[in-house]
Ligand binder design. Structure first.
Ligand SMILES: [Zn+2]
Length: 177
């Protein structure tokens, strides 16, 4: 479910506090007021940033939340599949380094996603946790997969719908090789 007047968009915008113009344009196109229904959060660590984004959202008066990374570039064709999908937690497919990242219907990655207050409260903190191997020398799962599993254990459905591109950040001075 999605009710535009009761929705807040939270964008994680490390390192430079900026979001793509496409994300702002899309937010306005679905009826969000950027003055009141939009927050940003600049935090370097992804897992901490995602947890902080959810915690920040739950401190507001809104009941529905969209979370997005600052480099996300939604297009108007995203709106319907993303907002009308009926899973409790809906994310958007985006380019992922792992080729099988989206092969399961309940695949979840947190580049852009939405959920309700009730869902996030029931799942409870920490929403995102990173899993390492026994020695702690290698990350074995991304924090999104842990979140998805915790949500499913709490009885929620997780789906993905729509597709977004994201910006490739190029380090100043690098030639990209
Ligand atoms: Zn992920």
């Amino acid at each position: 479910m999605f009710v535009v007047e009761n929705t807040l968009l939270v964008a994680t915008d490390w390192p430079n506090g900026m979001i793509t113009p496409e994300l702002a344009v899309w937010a306005v196109s679905i009826g969000l007021d950027l003055q009141t229904q939009f927050r940003t959060l600049c935090e370097r660590g992804i897992t901490v940033a995602y947890n902080k984004a959810v915690a920040l959202a739950l401190q507001t008066k809104y009941d529905y939340f969209i979370f997005a990374n600052n480099d996300i570039r939604p297009s108007p064709t995203l709106t319907q599949p993303f907002l009308e999908h009926d899973a409790d937690i809906v994310c958007v497919e985006c380019p992922e380094p792992h080729p099988a990242a989206w092969s399961s219907p309940s695949a979840f990655h947190a580049a852009m996603w939405r959920a309700s207050r009730a869902t996030l409260k029931k799942i409870g903190a920490p929403w995102f946790v990173r899993k390492y191997n026994k020695q702690g020398t290698k990350q074995v799962r991304c924090c999104c997969e842990e979140f998805r599993d915790k949500a499913v254990r709490c009885g929620f459905s997780v789906g993905h719908s729509g597709w977004v591109d994201h910006k490739t950040w190029v380090r100043p001075g690098s030639r990209g090789d």
